[in-house]
Design a protein around this ligand. Structure first.
Ligand code: SF4
Ligand code: SF4
Length: 339
């Protein structure tokens, strides 16, 4: 599919057209350098910050909370326990300004959620316009985990911001191509093609094959490695790392009932919380902190790659940036690779 270019002024009109069809979301400034995903507010092109916003796009695919179904449980009535899909009238969604690591997280989450109709429906109803990265931040490490600042996995349309504010657009899927059915675009000039090619050449192609190195490690060697005590000592099990992580997808299910009717709801949960694994008997197989911290890293960096191939981390750096006690997954990864 051929790339096209849209000038800055025309891009604003293009986005206005897209808003007629889609609910458009983008990184929204909260204060200072703090951005979160939210609905596109004022007119004009939003500023897409370097690096990733504080929150992730997983909330669009794995909402917090998500009603799975509703039920009527009034005894004595014919329709007692009849199940009903929740009615939710919404327009298709467009995510504008997704960074490559976050777009890739949706591809990774689709692996365990392949059979999950809720996740897959949300994915079908969402179109992703990704913005490729020219500069990352100090906590980004996507190339360690199989990604790239110019990676396009998971995107429908990839955007490179040119020096003068124009946008270089590469459609990747039919959905992405559909976004370009307007008269706002022109063919790229030779200089623009050279500029984008130059960016691609700058990306480190010698990134380590981390996942295959981890797959070759013995499971029990990593599980019994001596460093887990030290890694877990500082952790306060706050769950910040898992709630901010685009590739953490643990959940809890609860039924809420009121006057004979109810709904079953899926909420985000975290393997860092003691109750997450507590059985009804009171036994807890991950009852102490070391076991929970070890599980978080082993799941991402050993169990997931053993089962699906890639590591379940896209190197966005959110957990590094926001852990209150400075636990850094890059240091843990380095220690796991030494075993
Ligand atoms: S953010 Fe840090 S302290 Fe909180 S649970 Fe995660 S590793 Fe532990
Ligand atoms: S583990 Fe940390 S760096 Fe990796 S994807 Fe999750 S939040 Fe980002």
């Amino acid at each position: 599919m051929k790339p096209l270019v849209v000038e800055k002024a025309q891009a604003e009109k293009w986005l206005e057209e897209l808003c007629r069809v889609f609910d458009v979301f983008c990184p929204v400034k909260v204060k200072g350098d703090l951005y979160q995903w939210g609905r596109l507010g004022k007119k004009g092109l939003p500023r897409i910050p370097e690096g990733v916003p504080k929150t992730t796009i997983k909330t669009f695919f794995f909402p917090q909370p998500e009603v799975l179904f509703e039920f009527g449980a009034r005894p004595g009535l014919k329709d007692a326990f009849r199940l009903k899909e929740p009615v939710c009238e919404k327009r298709p969604r467009l995510l504008f300004g997704v960074r490559p690591c976050d777009a890739r997280s949706v591809v990774l989450n689709s692996m365990p959620y392949e059979e999950d109709p809720y996740f897959q429906k949300n994915r079908d109803e969402t179109t992703m316009v990704g913005f490729l990265c020219k500069d990352g931040c100090s906590t980004c490490f996507c190339t360690w985990t199989g990604g790239s600042p110019l990676g396009m996995e998971g995107m429908d349309l990839a955007v490179v911001e040119l020096e003068d504010g124009a946008l270089f657009l590469e459609p990747i899927t039919e959905k992405g191509l559909g976004l370009l059915e307007f008269d706002f675009f022109r063919e790229p000039t030779e200089e623009e093609e050279v500029f984008v090619k130059g960016l691609r050449e700058k990306v480190n192609k010698d990134a380590e094959e981390t996942s295959s190195r981890l797959r070759s490690k013995g499971l029990m060697d990593l599980y019994n490695a001596p460093f887990w005590q030290e890694v877990s000592d500082a952790c306060i099990n706050c769950g910040t790392c898992t709630f901010l992580c685009p590739t953490c997808y643990c959940f809890d299910i609860q039924d809420e009932t009121l006057r004979g009717k109810g709904r079953r709801i899926r909420y985000w949960d975290s393997c860092m919380f003691p109750l997450f694994t507590q059985h009804a008997s009171g036994h807890n197989p991950r009852g102490d902190k070391l076991k929970r911290v070890r599980n978080r890293f082993m799941h991402k960096l050993k169990y997931f790659p053993d089962r699906f191939g890639p590591v379940s981390c896209v190197g966005c750096g959110r957990c590094v940036r926001d852990c209150p006690v400075n636990i850094d997954i890059r240091q843990v990864l380095a220690r796991m690779l030494e075993v």
